[in-house]
Design a protein around this ligand. Sequence first.
Ligand SMILES: NC(=O)NC1=NC(=O)NC1=O
Length: 173
Amino acid sequence: MDIEKVNSMDFGEFVDVFGNVIERCPLIAAAVWSQRPFSDVEDLEKHFFDFIDALPQSGQEGILRCHPDLAGRELQRGTLTAESQREQSGAGLTSLRADERLQLAELNAQYRARFGFPFVLAARLRGRAAVPRELARRLQCPPPQELRTALDEVKKIGRLRLADLFGAHPAGL
Ligand SMILES: NC(=O)NC1=NC(=O)NC1=O
């Protein structure tokens, strides 16, 4: 994949390839397509992130709500997107003990009850021990700060997914 190829994609191709850069939010790719041509992958990524930053809080929270829980029901049922499945299994979340899974389910429920959206963490960047630790730590954060932290994690996931698509190794993560 190179940027000339991306700039030559029609709408359908572009959304097929980039529709899940932000988990289950193809709308963002559909909007970003109209911003082409992109100078490079960083420019493409910036358009994805600028779209997220320009949303009202309700839209930003909506993006978070499109994310499946870490080690949640969807992982158990095998209904995750391919990207999410790779990320969650890569973080060791498919080999949790029953007590670890229960602890995460309880923390995820507490988090969702407090913030109104699921806990989001770029799982590939952290080991499996970091998930409950980060969840417990962030559970104490003020909601405005936690919204920003969660969106930063969405962007880290997006950066990793774009790097995969370009066969690159993302800097600055
Ligand atoms: N709730 C989440 O954090 N979900 C995810 N994190 C990832 O890295 N991939 C996911 O699906």
